[in-house]
Design a protein. Structure first.
Ligand code: PGA
Length: 247
């Protein structure tokens, strides 16, 4: 079954995304200014909004800049919100949408997430859309069902020719030190790829996220249909993130 479909183009670079969440500082960005890349991969760093300007001036050019969220509205009287076009004007190319922390802590529904994905695409940015199951859904053997529902609600409704990235992040693996085993990741990524390839004419990269670190990165990246990693905690240490990007 695992070899039945491997849509990942083996020659394509892996995509490694750093999600700094509500952490980081200008000092940390200064540390990252000497980041060295020895293996070909696409690196995207998503700092908090207030560090986007410093990220642009301090990071080496090969590190692309992403944001962690944006408004579902294009513009207008929405105090405190940031639109995708404002992000584009701040040299942002990517936006993480639908992270489980946004879904659970800020009550973002699939409907809102779909609107955000659409506004990001309209603004010529690339959404990194997160999907994933809770521990109880996993225990009830509902992982694939839950992912399918999220894919149908937030991803396959958008224009079929568009550029986007999907991140599979089991919620129980985020920040816990736990990860699914290799077979689970293989099976889940295959399922996601199949769903996406039935809808899109382009190959949509599918990243794995959830306690990815310098120790487990090569094992996870070698699994079929894993096109890269979305890294939280381990992306806050330059040495660790460098190891991950170069592993
Ligand atoms: P983690 O976070 O790597 O700290 O588990 C990943 C994420 O939330 O994107």
């Amino acid at each position: 079954m695992s070899n039945e479909l491997n849509i990942s183009n083996k020659n394509k670079h892996k995509i490694i995304v750093a999600n700094w969440k509500m952490n980081g500082s200008k000092t940390l960005l200064e540390e990252f200014s000497t980041f060295s890349q020895t293996k070909p991969c696409d690196i995207i760093l998503c700092p908090p909004f207030t560090l986007l300007g410093s990220a642009k001036s301090l990071l080496p050019d090969f590190i692309k800049i992403g944001a962690q969220n944006c408004s579902e509205k294009d513009n207008g009287a929405f105090t405190g919100e940031i639109s995708a076009t404002l992000l584009r004007d701040s040299h942002v190319y990517y936006v993480i949408i639908g992270h489980s922390e946004r879904r659970t802590l800020y009550q973002e529904t699939d409907t809102v997430i779909l609107k955000k994905v659409e506004t990001v695409i309209r603004s010529d940015l690339i959404p990194i859309v997160c999907i994933g199951e809770t521990l109880s859904e996993k225990k009830a053997n509902k992982t694939l069902q839950v992912l399918e529902k999220q894919i149908n609600a937030c991803i396959t409704k958008v224009n079929a020719q568009t550029r986007l990235i999907v991140a599979y992040e089991p919620i129980w693996a985020i920040g816990t030190g736990l990860t699914p085993n290799e077979n689970e990741i293989r099976e889940t990524h295959l399922h996601i790829k199949k769903k996406l390839s039935a809808h899109f004419n382009i190959d949509v990269p599918v990243l794995y996220g959830g306690s990815a670190n310098a120790e487990n990165c090569s094992r996870i990246l070698s699994i079929e249909n894993v096109d890269g990693l979305l890294v939280g905690g381990a992306s806050l240490k330059k040495y660790d993130f460098e190891m991950i990007c170069n592993c």
